[in-house]
Each structure stands twice: as structure tokens, then as C-alpha cells.
Design a protein around this ligand. Structure first.
Ligand code: ADP
Length: 459
């Protein structure tokens, strides 16, 4: 068993703060790293030590400085690195270099990341163990002729997807052959720019499914549990806006089948640490595996609230070598893991809904957040006087509500958003309120097509 004294957080913003808090509760000293653009960022002040990285690099590249982060970690006698999400979180080379430097990487092994980071490879794994996947052609398209042939085989409408994709990028819906080649080339270009790999494959486009994902946790000894599911169907441009747990109005059999398949996927790669198995659920109630994310996710909060399990602390304890059911990690056997009530997470972003959600920047003059019973806040860099820069994602604060019923969790979310006052930068609060008060949302009828099909949300 290892005992971490010091953990470095290779990330920024809200997730850096979330990880620092988990370390503090475990009595572990924290080291943060920051780019020159983040000199005044809040997360820096929350850690015990903080160091500038990537001084001669761009704002994003700074957080991707593998060599610099690792040599800093060695110099500062760090025991482990938590990568958060984004940046280096799913980079097998980074995880490998940590291991080679004698530093624990808080996450799965590089081999697991390598298999799961590729959507084609992970679909093939799912197929090999009998977990349903969306019909398609699981091969990188090599030519225009192949694109036409594979699309015909699959049948329109189709989805073009980057095998290395993430964050909704490199994905295109194609409804007929006329648009195919143009979309294929733009997906390829986007994938090359975003991921450095331009492999594109094809699958059937499902009309307005639900996005249901299952949180799993595995220790280093092959013990794996699931912490039930989240509904992440409220999406804009394939990116999540509001998430909740557990899913509302899906049948007990569906829930059971989805969780069982998630466990099958995690077991097939002997998964370790925290991960999420994602599925789409079609209107007929069929579920299909789409991918497994080998990292902590933005929406982990809702699962923590309904299960009472601290996922980030579990990640750190598992990386130290504790077993899931040890007194330290304290995860009970599967049958004793239960969800209680409903939790809803709203992502408050500095985006302007009246201007196609363009990111807004500038100084925050007033920053006042909601609070009270049933409200959890996971904030990033927002405070009165802080400056929102154009360099990073626009997530300002996550407002997560909890109540015994879905209806009251919605009431609490609405109340907390109304209590929030942010002046100086535009935010999406009014848009979030429109979603929360929409009858389809309240009835649990939302699917991934909801935002596009509801122009009234933009009023
Ligand atoms: P990323 O890794 O970029 O987040 P995912 O594969 O997780 O991409 O898909 C993100 C979202 O894109 C899904 O939640 C869903 O809304 C949509 N999507 C992906 N594949 C399909 C598909 N075959 N049909 C319909 N929607 C899809």
C-alpha cells in the first residue's frame, strides 16, 4: 500500500479545485501548476504549492507540457499526479512517463487508455463480448470510394465519427449521398486539427436517442462496481449542458440491462480507477454502447450526490492500492450500492445564448451564487473581480441540486440559478432556466435532439 503525501494536479479551473478539496480531506498536500494566463486564477490559491509551467508556450499547450510537468513533480517530491479531465487526462504517453518516473498516475493504465481512447477499437471490444453497438462499419475510411460504399452499406442517415474523437468534435450527420464527401473531408480536417489523427468511421445515425452513461470504479485487484447511471441527453452540438442521476422514466429492466453491459465492458479490459461507459438509448428502448471514457467526468457530481460515494477520493485511494471494500475506500458490495433521490447538474457557462452561444470574456463585476439546502457548487475561476479569459473552456460554475423527487430537484436548481447574480460577463443562466421549466424536461421526455427541436428555449 502506498501512502501519498503530495499530489500534483495537472489541470486548471473547477476540476483542479475539486481534486484539491478531495486531497485536503484525505490529508494530502497539493501542488498545482498554472499557465502564465492563469496567474490570477482561483485554483492556484487553493493548493499548498503552485508553479508556473509552459512560460514560453501557448495557454493550452502549457497544460500539455508533459516533460515539464513530470520534471517538476520529481523535483517537488510528488507521489502522484491527478490529470482531471481534458488536457493530458487520456494521454497514454503521459501516464506511461509518470510510471517510468516512479510517480503514480491517478487513472487507468496506459494500455487501457490506448484501447478505450479509440472509438473503433472500443466498439470492436464491445462486439466481441456481445454488448450491442450502433450498426456501422468499424474501419477507418481510406478513400472517397470507400466513404460512398460504407455509407451505402450502413444506410442513410449516417454519422461520420473520428476514431480519436472527443468533446463532440470530428462528428458529422449526413442525410444523403450528395453531402457525403464534403462532410467526410471536413470531419477529417477537424479530426486532424483536434486530435492529430484523421481516421473517420461510419455508423448509423440514431434519431434523437437518450444519452445514458454508467459510472464505474475498479480497484487494482480486478474488483469492479457500477454506481448506476446518469442521463446526459440535454446537449448542444453533442456537448452536455444539463445532466442528472438517476435517469428519469426509464424502465427498471432497461436500467438493469444498461448497468450490466457497462460492467461487462469494464470487466473485459479489467478496468481500473474511475471510468464511464456511454450508451445511446433509442425510442424502441434498445441501448447501444458508444464509448468508454477512462477519466473523471464533468458530471460525476450527480452520481456522488445520489450514491453518497466520493468518486475523486475513491480515485486517489484506489491509486494508493486500497481495495474497493477496504475501510479506507469504503465502497460496499454491488447490491448495497443504491441511489437516493435525484441530482441535477447545470453547467453555467460564460456564453451568450443570444449570440449563438459565443464565449464572452471580461471582468466579473459581481459574482454571487445561490446556496441553501440541496445545492452543491463546483466553481472554477469566478469571483468578484476575476477576469474570464478567452483561452479556456467557458465553464464557470456547476450548480448541482438534490432532492427526493425529480420535480423538487428541478425546483431547487431553478431557485439556485435565480439566486445567482453574475454581472460583467454574459452567461447561459436564462437558457438553463428555460430548459428546466420546459414540460418535456419535467416529464423526463428529453432526448439528444431536444435543444435543436425547441426554438422556444432561446427566447
Ligand atoms: P464525444 O467523444 O465527442 O463526446 P460520443 O461518441 O460520446 O462523442 O457522442 C457524443 C454525442 O453525439 C452523443 O451523446 C449523441 O448525442 C451523439 N451521437 C454520437 N453517435 C451518434 C449516433 N450514431 N447517432 C446519433 N447521435 C449520436
Amino acid at each position: 500500500m502506498k501512502s501519498f503525501r503530495k499530489v500534483l494536479i495537472a489541470n486548471r479551473g473547477e476540476i483542479a479545485i475539486r481534486i484539491i478539496r478531495a486531497c485536503q480531506e484525505l490529508g494530502i498536500r497539493t501542488v498545482s501548476v498554472y499557465s502564465k494566463e492563469d496567474k490570477l486564477a482561483l485554483f492556484r490559491t487553493k493548493s499548498d504549492e503552485s508553479y508556473l509551467i509552459g512560460n514560453n508556450k501557448g495557454p493550452v499547450e502549457a497544460y500539455l507540457s508533459i516533460e515539464e510537468i513530470i520534471s517538476l513533480a520529481i523535483k517537488k517530491a510528488v507521489d502522484a499526479i491527478h490529470p482531471g479531465y481534458g488536457f493530458l487526462a487520456e494521454n497514454p504517453e503521459f501516464a506511461q512517463k509518470c510510471i517510468e518516473s516512479g510517480i503514480e498516475f491517478i487513472g487507468p493504465t496506459p494500455e487501457m487508455m490506448d484501447k478505450l481512447g479509440d472509438k473503433i477499437k472500443s466498439k470492436l471490444i464491445a462486439q466481441s463480448i456481445g454488448v450491442p453497438t450502433i450498426p456501422g462499419v468499424e474501419k477507418a475510411i481510406k478513400s472517397d470510394q470507400e466513404a460512398i460504399k460504407f455509407a451505402q452499406k450502413c444506410g442513410y442517415p449516417i454519422m461520420l465519427k473520428a476514431s480519436a474523437g472527443g468533446g463532440g468534435r470530428g462528428m458529422r450527420i449526413v442525410r444523403n449521398e450528395t453531402d457525403l464527401l464534403q462532410e467526410f473531408h471536413s470531419a477529417k480536417n477537424e479530426a486532424q486539427k483536434a486530435f492529430g489523427i484523421d481516421d473517420i468511421f461510419i455508423e448509423k445515425y440514431l434519431e434523437s436517442p437518450k444519452h445514458i452513461e454508467v459510472q464505474v470504479l475498479g480497484d487494482n485487484y480486478g474488483n469492479i462496481v457500477y454506481l448506476y447511471e446518469r442521463d446526459c441527453s440535454i446537449q448542444r452540438r453533442h456537448q452536455k449542458v444539463i445532466e442528472f442521476a438517476p435517469a428519469f422514466k426509464i424502465s427498471a429492466e432497461q436500467r438493469k440491462a444498461i448497468c450490466a453491459d457497462a460492467l461487462k465492458i469494464a470487466r473485459s479490459v479489467n478496468y481500473r480507477n474511475a471510468g464511464t461507459v456511454e450508451f445511446l438509448l433509442d425510442k424502441q428502448g434498445n441501448h447501444y454502447f458508444i464509448e468508454m471514457n477512462p477519466r473523471i467526468q464533468v458530471e460525476h457530481t450527480v452520481t456522488e450526490i445520489v450514491t453518497g460515494i466520493d468518486i475523486v477520493q475513491s480515485q486517489i485511494l484506489i491509486a494508493q492500492g486500497y481495495k474497493l471494500n477496504s475501510k479506507e475506500v469504503g465502497i460496499p458490495r454491488q447490491s448495497a450500492i443504491q441511489t437516493r433521490g435525484y441530482a441535477i447538474q447545470c453547467r453555467v457557462t460564460t456564453e451568450d445564448p443570444s449570440n449563438s452561444f459565443a464565449p464572452d470574456t471580461g471582468k466579473i463585476d459581481v459574482y454571487r451564487t445561490g446556496a441553501g439546502f440541496g445545492i452543491r457548487l463546483d466553481g472554477g475561476n469566478g469571483y468578484t473581480g476575476s477576469v474570464i479569459s478567452p483561452y479556456y473552456d467557458s465553464l464557470l460554475v456547476k450548480i448541482t441540486s438534490w432532492s427526493r423527487t425529480f420535480e423538487d430537484a428541478i425546483n431547487k436548481s431553478q431557485r439556485a440559478i435565480r439566486e445567482t447574480l453574475i454581472n460583467g460577463v454574459k452567461t447561459n443562466e436564462a437558457f438553463l432556466l428555460n430548459v428546466l421549466s420546459h414540460p418535456r424536461f419535467k416529464n423526463g421526455e428529453c432526448d439528444t435532439g431536444f435543444i435543436d427541436a425547441s426554438p422556444e428555449l432561446f427566447d
